[in-house]
Design a protein around this ligand. Structure first.
Ligand SMILES: [Zn+2]
Length: 162
């Protein structure tokens, strides 16, 4: 797979306006949750859509605290994080009918982490044939549904107050 999203990742970093340069940390731009595609944020855990998804409905689940790895989290934070991973999978199943998921953690730059200082789970819904589709199109990843549309569809399920 060609690294088509490397320049996007750069755009991701450059477009971030938060205090510490981290896309997961709310900073003083908390009111921009919608621009940041935040689906839900609690005291310990947040879930957002990946602006540069590997597939439709690609979510990122992160602790609210800016830490690089699981070993920095309290047991309460780990539990809350895993509960949000589970809830995200459930809500994606209900709303997008995926046939499978890739769920994972990239820890450290060598492992492919884009924002290595703030650990986060990737949740990537999968449909039969999605990789074939991409290969046929010369390694270009095609996201059939506009990301804002997916965001608006999922938001009420993650955050019933919106
Ligand atoms: Zn952070």
């Amino acid at each position: 797979m060609k690294v088509l999203w490397a320049p996007w990742r750069m755009g991701y970093i450059l477009s971030n306006q938060n205090d510490n340069g981290c896309i997961f940390c709310p900073g003083k731009h908390r009111q921009n949750d919608e621009n940041r595609l935040i689906l839900g944020i609690g005291p310990l855990t947040l879930v957002m859509m990946n602006k540069f998804p590997y597939n439709n409905g690609h979510l990122l689940v992160a602790p609210v605290r800016h830490v690089p790895g699981l070993e920095h989290l309290s047991s309460d934070e780990v539990l809350d994080l895993m509960l949000m991973v589970r809830r995200s999978i459930e809500l994606l199943k209900e709303n997008m009918n995926p046939e499978g998921f890739n769920v994972g953690l990239n820890l450290g730059h060598v492992a492919g982490a884009g924002m290595e200082d703030h650990m986060h789970f990737h949740i990537v819904p999968r449909w039969k044939g999605d990789t074939n589709y991409m290969t046929v199109l010369g390694d270009v990843r095609v996201i059939p549904e506009h990301i804002q549309e997916t965001y608006r569809k999922l938001l009420p399920f993650f955050n019933p107050s919106k």
